[in-house]
Design a protein around this ligand. Structure first.
Ligand code: DGJ
Length: 732
């Protein structure tokens, strides 16, 4: 890895073994893109990429008389001079002008990577990454801009973000501040994004790019289940196994915009950042604004390779603390078993049976506090409900511990029910516009986390409950989108900052709780996967993937999630049948076979199982304990897409390629067809693997494939849906 600066040509080359990212100062002094892709030789001067060929009706820079931004690839473009595409930023000056131009001033190159202030970001030490900070200035606006680029040594990854600083006398307003723009020289691309809704999150969708623009966005205040802040731009023939692609992952949990724009001159512009709608950030003299980070990854070896880059990078350089590269505890959660109708006795009977099965940690879900007997009341009152927990959290946690299990509980700190003591005391702490109705979501309002005093209050309440008990885990939920986003704690001119300040408030509470209780493993949740993003992973290394626990639906949700997020982050549990969301009854084996490829746990009362099923559960837990390191942190390959057939298959391979586990799920049986073969991936060609007592070469399993007839005599011809197979391969 290295970053080279060519002083004469004013060109930067960031490279590692796999990629080159080349940018340079343009003829008008701004920053332009020269190249991004497979590693190429360094060359002193590549200014031949600058196009000076005039086209009719194209505006040019008056000094050069031949350079138009419109016909050249920009690095962080503005609107208002000669670029008519979507701009990366916009500054409104005191006189109302929104035209600006940042020209190169100087730069710094250093080893390692700086943190972002109050924002989540990937981290790296001096041996792992190098950073380039390019300082630019717009003297007329009195503004400085720093564009920051980090290249990782081990990964084909560049991270980017921007910092604006007002050094002038006059106040300005930032009305758009995206984190990155990447202009590419052609348009032969597909855009893959991950969309859905509650209970059907992160379903892949592919669009062919052509002149015009596609926007993937959230304006819900959370990153959302509807669109995920991770997109892939790939060549049309690229699939999981082969081909060129780039990923763009936004390390942020609020409103976002990811835009792909193809102009009419054959270029593609990609942009990502905080959604500019409802965003205005006033900057007085001396003030600055830092955008969140985007992680850009590149591959020429297909989407499995791209995903593996994100999995490894996020496991090693984003996740921190207790969950980092550590197999996760096997959990039992009481939500689907009891909902809010429980008392200590009921809980302890669930815990006792779970302990017998080998479960390691019990999680008390919603309903333990205030007057919380249904979802109309109690949020905001973080004090134990003594009717349900006579000795509070302290009493319950010590009883659970005494039974040999760890203890954790659920919170939803960002919310308040109008029917709560907190709201009665502080109605002005909810986001709402005075004089207007405040929309409800699940009978609740959103607390104004842009106000530090609100965050302080919630921290203190939670700190009391947590420090009184023995707590190893917290599930942090968030169950509605933001509406009527207005803060009664901020002046009129600052109302455009509230969405972002809210997210910063959430991050600050996470950080304070993490610091105060470093032994706690956090799991994020937002009605399932409504806030599943790289920003959250910085604070909570795992996320409840979806409220849809039906194994057949989960196959699709987990498959889609795996494109951008590590398997170790996927909260997945076995729940009861008929499934509460879909009514489907899937065998308990299949339910576990899906949940193994995640954090694994149970979302049911094991007392309700018959003896045969309970014995099966014990075996499942023993299997997970034996293989969880491989399942959660092994190299993950998608083998067969549930969106393209009635089957799904995936596998994990250990780093040394000596162990692997593959899974095949039959979602719908096909009668009277040959079972065929399943081609594995990631094995060592020459190693002999033992599978079900038989020996096979790695190259045999990857090219000829595993015969499915051999796996089961009638896997595809029994007429039975929902069957699954999980098989372990070990090097001989
Ligand atoms: C939504 C979550 O996704 C569920 O798992 C559960 O915790 C409920 N909220 C509790 O209200």
């Amino acid at each position: 890895m290295n970053i080279i600066w060519h002083d004469r040509s004013k060109q930067f080359h960031l490279y590692n073994d796999k990629i080159s990212y080349i940018i340079g100062v343009t003829p008008v002094g701004e920053l332009g893109n020269i190249y991004f892709g497979r590693r190429i030789h360094d060359k002193e001067d590549m200014s031949y990429v600058v196009n000076r060929m005039g086209l009719a009706n194209v505006a040019v820079d008056p000094d050069t008389e031949s350079y138009s931004r419109e016909l050249n690839r920009q690095e962080y473009p503005s609107f208002g001079t000669t670029d008519f595409g979507t701009q990366a930023y916009e500054i409104e000056c005191e006189n109302g002008s929104r035209v600006s131009s940042f020209v190169y001033k100087d730069h710094e190159i250093f080893k390692g990577k700086k943190g972002l202030s109050g924002l989540p970001a990937t981290y790296a030490d001096e041996s792992e990454a190098m950073t380039l900070e390019v300082h630019l200035k717009d003297d007329l606006a009195g503004m400085c801009l720093t564009l920051s680029y980090t290249i990782f040594d081990k990964y084909p990854v560049i991270t980017r973000h921007a910092v604006f600083a007002n050094k002038g006398a006059a106040a300005v307003k930032l009305t758009r501040a995206l984190s990155m723009c990447l202009d590419l020289p052609d348009q032969d691309y597909d855009l893959m994004h991950f969309c859905g809704a509650w209970a059907r999150e992160r379903i892949p969708d592919v669009k062919r790019l052509s002149p015009g623009a596609v926007s993937i966005e959230s304006k819900r205040g959370v990153s959302s289940a509807n669109e995920n802040p991770f997109v892939i731009v790939k060549r049309p023939l690229t699939d999981d196994r082969a081909g060129e692609a780039m990923g763009f992952s936004f390390v942020y949990s609020g409103n976002f915009l990811a835009k792909a724009e193809c102009d009419t001159f054959g270029r593609t512009r990609l942009l990502m950042g905080i959604h500019p709608d409802r965003f205005t950030w006033p900057l007085d003299n001396g003030e600055s604004f830092e955008t969140p980070e985007v992680v850009i990854a590149w591959t020429s070896e297909g989407l499995n390779d791209l995903s593996q880059t994100y999995h490894a990078l996020y496991n090693n350089n984003l996740v921190r603390g207790i969950g980092k590269n550590t197999p996760r505890p096997i959990i039992i959660n009481n939500w689907e078993a009891t909902f809010m109708d429980f008392d200590e006795e009921k809980i302890l009977s669930i815990v006792k049976k779970a302990k017998e099965a080998g479960v390691e940690l019990f999680v008390l879900d919603d309903g333990w506090f205030g007057e919380r007997n249904d979802d109309t009341a109690g949020l905001g009152d973080w004090v134990e409900n003594r009717d349900k927990l006579p000795q509070g959290m302290a009493g319950l946690s010590s009883k659970v511990n005494a039974m040999g299990m760890k203890f954790g509980f659920w919170i939803e700190p960002e919310m308040v029910n109008p029917n709560s003591n907190l709201y009665r005391r502080h109605p002005e702490w909810a986001l709402s516009v005075p004089g207007r109705k405040a929309s409800l979501g699940r009978h609740q309002l959103v607390l104004d986390f842009s106000r530090p005093e609100v965050v302080d209050y919630i921290f203190e309440m939670l700190e009391k409950v947590i420090s009184g008990a023995d707590v190893s885990y917290i599930k942090w939920d968030m169950n509605r989108s933001l509406t009527e986003v207005f803060s009664q704690g901020h002046e009129a001119k600052d109302q455009g900052t509230i969405y972002h300040r809210y997210v910063m408030g959430v991050y600050s509470l996470y950080e304070r709780l993490r610091k105060a209780f470093p032994e706690i493993l956090f799991e994020s949740c937002s009605s399932g996967g409504n806030r599943y993003d790289a920003g959250m992973l910085y604070y909570a290394p795992q996320a409840w993937c979806s409220d849809n626990t039906d194994a057949m639906d989960r196959i699709m949700i987990q498959y889609g999630t795996s494109y951008g997020y590590p398997i170790s982050s996927i909260g997945a549990h076995v729940s009861a049948v008929p499934n509460q969301q879909t009514g489907r009854s899937v065998p308990i084996k299949t339910r576990a076979d899906v949940a193994y490829f995640g954090t694994f746990g149970y979302e049911l009362d094991l007392n309700t199982l018959d003896d045969g099923e309970f014995e099966e559960v014990k075996e499942q837990i023993a299997f997970m304990k034996k293989y969880r390191e491989l399942l959660q942190f092994g190299r993950f390959y998608r083998l067969r897409s549930p969106f393209e057939s009635d089957q799904c298959a995936w596998m994990v391979v250990s780093e040394d390629k000596k162990k692997a586990i593959f899974a095949l799920y039959c979602m719908r049986s096909n009668v009277n067809q040959l079972p065929g073969f399943l081609k594995l991936q990631g094995l060592d060609d020459d190693t002999v693997y033992v599978l079900r007592g038989e020996e096979y070469y790695g190259d045999e399993l990857m090219n000829l494939g595993v015969t499915l007839t051999g796996l089961s005599s009638n896997i595809l011809t029994t007429g039975q849906d929902y069957l699954s197979y999980v098989e372990v391969l070990e090097a001989k």
